[in-house]
Structures are given as C-alpha cells and as structure tokens.
Design a protein around this ligand. Structure first.
Ligand code: GLU
Length: 291
C-alpha cells in the first residue's frame, strides 16, 4: 500500500506553533515512507472560518516549504459526497434523524439524576432512536452499538473506548445543517486514499468515533499517529481559543526547529526551510519509520 498522508487544518484562524507540529509530523512521516502529502482545508463549519484565512494558512505552510503534492481539497466543495454518505447510512438504518434540542437532552439526564456538568459530555440518551415522537427532525445521528473499540496509535500504543457508552449516537449532520467534522473527515480520508492519519493528540479521542463511522460506511482503516501537543504557559493545550499567537514566519527555519524539538528531533542546522526539511527526513525515519 503506497503511503498517503495529509494535513487537514480548519481555517478558523492562522496556524500557530501547535498546528505546525502536526503539519511537520505528517509531512515528515509521508516523506520518510516515500509517500505523498496532501493538504485539505477543513472549512466545513463555514461560519467559523473567516474569509481569506485559508489563504493565510496555505501561505504559512508555503513559507515553511510545506506544499501539497496534489491540488488542495476544500471541504466546502464536498457537500455532495457528504450527502451521499449520509444517505447510505440512512438507507441502511445506521443513521437516523433526531429532534432533540440540547435542553431536552439535558432534561433526560436530569430526570435520571445526572446533573448537567460544565464541560462534561454526556452520551446522547437515544431518545429518537426509534422515531421522532412527533418532533421535527433537527440533526442526524449515527446509531452506535455498545462495545469497546480498540485501536492502535504508533505513539500512544493500544487505545480503547466504548463509544456507545461514552459518546452515544453522535451527530453526523448538525441541526444548523452543517456537516459534522466526524463525517467530513472520514469521507474525505477515504476519498483521498489516505493510508496514514498523523495529527495532534487533542484529536485522539475522536478516533474511535471515526473508526465506528468508517466501519458503518465500509471504508478502509488508516494507521494513526497522534503527535505531542504544544502547551501554553499555563499548562493548557495551546489553541486559537486561549490566544495562541499566529506562527511568526519571519524565520521559518526557527519555527520548524521549534516544532521539530516538540517531536523529539535533534537540532538541525540549515540555511532554508526546504533544506531543514530535507535534513529532518532521515532523523524522523530513524525514530518513527514503520518497520
Ligand atoms: N481539521 C481538524 C483541526 O484542524 C483536524 C482534522 C484531522 O486531522 O483529522 O483540528
């Protein structure tokens, strides 16, 4: 199987130091395996993507000599593919319309004596599994069977989650009509023939959901590698939300070196970003090549 990797930024803001780590790791891993590296702009949540940010992100990548080996794919052009996948799931009874509001879901848990906890995700209680109970359809959910999903991460090792119990029937199309990240990423990874998903560790807990969805759609399973996160000064994950600064690209070699250090690469001296990358490939192969 010929290696095909990707970097899939959501253009909700410019890349920051943490996003460059994922971009660099995915690029190095593709090169170390003689593979191709694709960039996909995940602008499926259009209201959260300020116009022009995709161009900024692609410019930041280009400044680091990271350019897609194939034409960049924008998720905002992929509605038909997502609709077709959703229809297959609906036709097969694997997906169903849901009429619950967030308040109604909270009320179900409150009635079961589980108080609403801030930031704690509770599984969908399954209210609309057997029909809408006269309510109008809002979202579409995947029917998730109970059972442990076990998967392997090249860095984190064996991982397990009971998606049915911990997440429940998750959303594929939101009440506002926007495709859920889970559906878009699974459909596009398959459409682009991605063999290796290399991305930040903050997304590792999405992987079991994507595995369940992939199986429901009968799509092939990629390998996974989740990379270390860059932490902010307060120990929190660096993110656009906690004010991570946009990547400073006056000195792309320094930015790459900082990202490389997070990935455990030794210091590499190089006059240009392209040469830094070329020298980093054997170093990456030495620590991360798949036997
Ligand atoms: N678009 C997602 C993000 O920027 C990453 C998706 C992925 O790599 O699977 O957080």
């Amino acid at each position: 199987m010929k290696y095909r990797g990707r970097f899939a930024p959501s253009p909700t803001g410019p890349l920051h130091a943490g996003s460059l780590v994922a971009a660099l790791a995915s690029w190095l891993d593709a090169r170390a395996h003689g593979g191709r590296w694709l960039v996909r702009i995940e602008d499926v949540d259009r209201p959260r993507c300020p116009p022009g940010t995709d161009t900024v992100v692609l410019g930041q990548l280009a400044a680091c000599a990271l350019t897609s080996d194939e034409p960049v794919l924008w998720q905002s052009t992929r509605d038909d593919a997502y609709a077709a996948a959703l229809q297959r799931l609906l036709d097969g009874g694997r997906a169903y319309p849901c009429g619950c509001t967030r308040a109604e879901i909270d009320a179900v848990w409150a009635a079961r004596g589980v108080p609403a906890q801030r930031h704690a995700e509770r599984p969908y209680p399954g209210t609309c599994r057997d029909g809408l109970h006269g309510k109008p359809a809002r979202a579409v959910r995947l029917r998730v069977d109970a059972g442990i999903v076990e998967w392997h991460d090249r860095r984190l090792g064996t991982q397990r989650q009971d998606v049915g119990a911990e997440v429940g029937d998750f959303v594929l199309k939101r009440a506002d009509g926007i495709w859920a990240y889970q559906l878009a990423v699974v459909v596009d990874d398959a459409a682009q023939g991605i063999t290796d998903v290399v991305r930040g560790e903050d997304l590792a807990d999405n992987t079991p959901r994507q595995i369940v969805l992939r199986q429901a759609l009968g799509l092939p399973a990629p390998r996974h590698l989740h990379t270390p996160l860059v932490l902010a000064a307060d120990g929190q994950k660096l993110s656009k939300q906690n004010g991570a600064r946009a990547l400073e690209l006056a000195d792309p070699v320094a930015a790459l070196a900082a990202a490389g250090a997070v990935l455990g690469l030794p210091p590499i001296a190089a006059p240009t970003a392209a040469e830094w990358l070329a020298r980093a490939v054997p170093a990456w192969a030495g620590i991360m090549r798949i036997p």
